[in-house]
Ligand binder design. Sequence first.
Ligand code: GLU
Length: 293
Amino acid sequence: MRYIGRFAPSPTGPLHAGSLLAALASWLDARAQNGQWLVRIEDVDRPRCKPGADREILRQLAGCGLIPDVPVLWQSQRGPAYQSALDYLLANDRAYACACSNSEIDQALRSRGLVPRRGEERVYPGTCSLGLRGRQPRAWRLRLPEATEALVHWDDRRLGAQAEQVDQAVGDFVLKRADGLWAYQLAVVVDDAAQAVSHVVRGEDMAASTARQMLLQRALGLSTPSYHHVALLRDAEGRKLSKQNGAPSIVPGQAAVLDSIRMLGLTPIGRTLGELLMHAKNQWRAAQHRAAK
Ligand code: GLU
């Protein structure tokens, strides 16, 4: 199989040490397997995007020697592809329109004795799965398969055997949001397939989305890439480093790459950026071979 890997940042701010780590891991894995490495700007959630952050991220990656092999794809240009995927799902009764607001969903859950806690995933109770009963559509959701098929197993290259019962974890999840924006899950699945991505290497925070993405791939008749979720960088309080909790932007160059190489558990060797990356690639390849044995 031809190896195609990718780094898919959301341009909500410049790269910080955590996102550089994910970028470097995906680059090392692609290079270690003589594959192609792509960059995709995941700017579907327009209100969360910062103007200019996309260009800044690409500049930072280039300054770290991480240059994509094909032109960068912007998800904001991909609306028609997402619409065709949704149309296909609707035509096959694998998606439906939903009229529920969040407070209606909470109410429906409460009436079943399930009180969603603040910030917790609301498991959609399926209110609109049999039709809108005259109400106006707000969002579109995937219709999950029967419970046995909604139990998804996969073998993560780092985390090992994983399983999620998606109907219990999230329920019929959103593909197109009430504000008209495409949901991350649909966009990522359509684009990974359109770009023929064979290997996904990304932060561990995305592991929880994998089962949903696999169900979407199955519903759309697409193949499933291999997944490798890398450990997250955490701050002193144990929180994931993120733009939201103030992680500083990296200064592109050798020092940032050297830090990331260390944080991936590899030994930085070499005096130039090119040498550092080459030795890190060889160590990554050796580590993957050992892990596969
Ligand atoms: N766009 C997501 C993020 O920046 C990553 C998505 C993915 O790698 O699948 O967190």
